[in-house]
Write a protein that binds this ligand. Structure first.
Ligand code: NAD
Length: 345
């Protein structure tokens, strides 16, 4: 190894395993949290009930139901609730939306986050926050929003519908793939990304065959953890920036937008990183990364066009024009859902 590189990793504790939800109260105690505000996504109400009961006198309040892309009015209401109950800790149970709301609170208050992810979005491993206001999404990086402890319990994901599962895995794969070509990409993020991609593709195929296979679900959460870790260190590049622009401006579903855009960005960008491209192709068992991703998503019934998400061609072109850099071909192909053959190899 002669390649020079700089790598920053973020400190955090991961507790992984079927049944680990039971450890929330112990982990809250270890963090020294005395007043915990629980945020739970709609589907996580039974898990939140269990956590609430286990917290006993450390339970301070609860926010049920969250919205995607953290609208400012939702963030403001959550901050007010946290102040009202004098929370010094937030327990977020759910997908990226629940964890994103916890981050919005941590950005302006001195609270520690314990995250219990139930999708594969990976936000729990990153110091990245986002908030949407007036049709535009602002994102930033701040270590105050990084969860101190993350509890991964595959049992909580057994009922995640296959459609949501597959799109969320596409989101996680986007973290891995982009982590090999960002400015901060390095051999550590690359190796993390390759292992993540392997776990995610193996886990997805097995989950599609049997949605309640706990080992397959465990593989997906493990892959999501690694993918989020790679994203945290490598940062975002053209792919994530495009998805944030589309999601914030046209209120498109986050994970599905990644699935439609990733193969097209990969078609153009992967050639710049031939070693990583080859390693990811081996992990995904394909001989071309861009078409391999496209076919994997299509086989899992994830929409592979922005058109299918309700975007008009005019909106895709307008988004391309408002983006710094030439992305019109990427976005028109993503809009149409063209199989990304003819990668400039
Ligand atoms: P989500 O949190 O909105 O969840 C998607 C849907 O799945 C919701 O309806 C939810 O109730 C349901 N759900 C979640 N877990 C479930 C389960 N186990 N069983 C059944 N249903 C379940 O979507 P997401 O894709 O996880 O997160 C998207 C958000 O996260 C976006 O706002 C995105 O910007 C953000 N995000 C942030 C980062 C970061 O690093 N900051 C990374 C990825 C995503």
């Amino acid at each position: 190894m002669t390649e020079a590189f700089v790598h920053t990793s973020y400190a955090g504790r991961v507790v992984f395993g079927a049944g680990s939800l039971h450890q929330v109260a112990t982990e809250v105690e270890l963090l020294g949290i005395r007043r915990a505000l629980v945020i739970a996504t709609g589907s996580a109400q039974p898990a939140a009930d269990e956590v609430q009961a286990g917290l006993k006198e450390r339970f301070a309040g609860r926010i049920d139901g969250v919205r995607q892309h953290v609208p400012t009015e939702v963030a403001e209401a959550a901050r007010a609730k946290a102040r009202e109950v004098q929370a010094d800790g937030i327990i977020a149970i759910g997908g990226g939306s629940a964890i994103g709301l916890a981050k919005a609170i941590a950005l302006t208050a001195d609270v520690q986050i314990l995250a219990v992810p139930t999708t594969y979005a990976g936000s729990e491993m990153t110091p990245v926050w986002g908030e949407t206001s007036g049709g535009s999404k602002t994102t930033g990086t701040d270590v105050r929003v990084l969860p101190k402890t993350v509890i991964y319990d595959p049992r909580l994901t057994l009922q995640l519908p296959l459609k949501v599962t597959a799109a969320s895995v596409a989101n996680a794969l986007a973290h891995c793939v982009e982590a090999v070509w960002t400015e901060k990409a390095n051999p550590i993020t690359e190796t993390t990304a390759v292992e993540a991609a392997r776990a995610l593709s193996t886990g997805l195929r097995a989950t599609l065959a049997n949605p309640t296979d706990i080992d397959a679900r465990g593989n997906l959460l493990y892959g999501a953890c690694l993918a989020g870790t790679a994203l945290a260190a490598a940062g975002t590049g053209v792919h994530h920036k495009l998805c944030h622009l589309l999601g914030g401006t046209y209120n498109l579903p986050h994970a599905e937008t990644h699935a439609a855009v990733l193969p097209q960005v990969t078609r153009v960008k992967a050639v710049e990183v031939p070693r990583a491209k080859a390693r990811l192709e081996e992990a995904l068992e394909t001989d071309d990364l861009a078409t391999g991703l496209f076919d994997l998503f299509a086989a899992a019934n994830v929409p592979t066009s922005l058109q299918a998400l309700g975007l008009t061609r005019e909106q895709a072109v307008a988004a391309a024009h408002s983006f710094p850099g030439d992305v019109e071909e990427i976005l028109t192909r993503a809009w149409a859902g063209t199989r990304p053959e003819g990668a400039t190899r």
